[in-house]
Design a protein around this ligand. Structure first.
Ligand SMILES: [Zn+2]
Length: 111
């Protein structure tokens, strides 16, 4: 076999990173990392609610992006696929569902 052992994971994680970055830019995140809105737009409660939702979504996406980047670092280290808490192997089914997860199912349920 000429494929490197973690080729697929890297491809999946890099695909996730690109997807999340696109979602963040769709939300209107500027260079500053904050959401930009038209200042002339009336600040109704509807707008406030929408902005709140976008900010929650953006912070979730940023959290996931950090996990994806950390997973890519672990891939380089050769520690990818092991739980960062208990060092046990993370099940392949869990990794297939959540390729960026740093925790095994046991540790993740303890959180
Ligand atoms: Zn664990």
């Amino acid at each position: 076999m000429s494929i490197e052992p973690h080729g697929d994971e890297r491809e999946i994680l890099e695909g996730e990173r690109v997807r999340i970055e696109h979602e963040l830019s769709d939300l209107g995140l500027g260079e500053s990392g904050s959401l930009s809105y038209d200042p002339n737009f009336a600040d109704t409660s509807q707008v406030t609610a929408e902005r709140g939702e976008a900010e929650v979504l953006a912070s979730e996406l940023k959290g996931t992006l950090t996990e994806v980047e950390d997973a890519l670092i672990r891939l380089e280290d050769g520690t990818y696929g092991r739980c960062i808490k208990c060092q046990k192997e993370i099940g392949s089914e869990r990794l297939a569902a959540l390729p960026m997860t740093p925790l095994c199912i046991t540790c993740s349920s303890l959180d």
